[in-house]
Design a protein around this ligand. Structure first.
Ligand code: ROI
Length: 163
């Protein structure tokens, strides 16, 4: 447990444009540079075929655990700034992107705001989130979804590969 008023949050990172592995590496650094936040763990990098439209490059994905004192919305806005700084252009829905940063979990909170749903919607179906998450959080129980091992057991790899 954290011994101050910081909480543990998990962030999903994804990129499939403009040197995806470098995008992920830069985002990791930028997240570490956020005030009141620091890295606790970082998964391996994984490659995965696109979920959604298939006429786009494969993705590089990873999951990061941080300790943070930022509120959920402050964290969301900080992550959006990093996406924008790394040149993210919002194209079509579910299209290619230089950088996608999603709050997967925020402590054990369930958040249902217009701009922020936590646990992240689609967690259960996304091998590129569940497998890296399990790698760094082997005994995690996710609010309303259950134990990470059970979620992984029910989620096919869908072409996910450790890089
Ligand atoms: N597909 C994969 N494999 N990885 C992603 O990070 C990812 N992100 C998305 C959509 C377009 C849903 N597909 C993805 O936002």
């Amino acid at each position: 447990m954290n011994n101050d008023n910081s909480i543990t949050a998990y962030i999903g990172l994804g990129s499939n444009l403009v040197e995806p592995s470098a995008q992920i590496k830069n985002a990791r650094q930028a997240i570490n540079d956020l005030e009141h936040s620091q890295e606790l763990a970082f998964s391996s990098l994984y490659s995965s075929p696109p979920m959604g439209p298939q006429d786009q490059p494969d993705y590089v994905n990873a999951v990061m655990a941080i300790s943070t004192k930022l509120s959920p919305l402050d964290l969301l806005h900080s992550l959006q700034s990093i996406e924008n700084e790394q040149g993210r252009v919002r194209e079509r829905r579910w299209g290619a992107r230089t950088l996608d940063l999603d709050i997967l979990l925020y402590a054990d909170e369930q958040i249902n705001l217009a701009d922020l749903k936590v646990p992240h919607i689609g967690l259960r179906e996304r091998a590129f989130v569940l497998y890296p998450l399990q790698e760094i959080a082997t005994d995690l129980t996710i609010p309303s979804l259950g134990h990470i091992n059970d979620l992984v057991a029910q989620c096919p790899l869908d072409g996910l590969q450790k890089l």
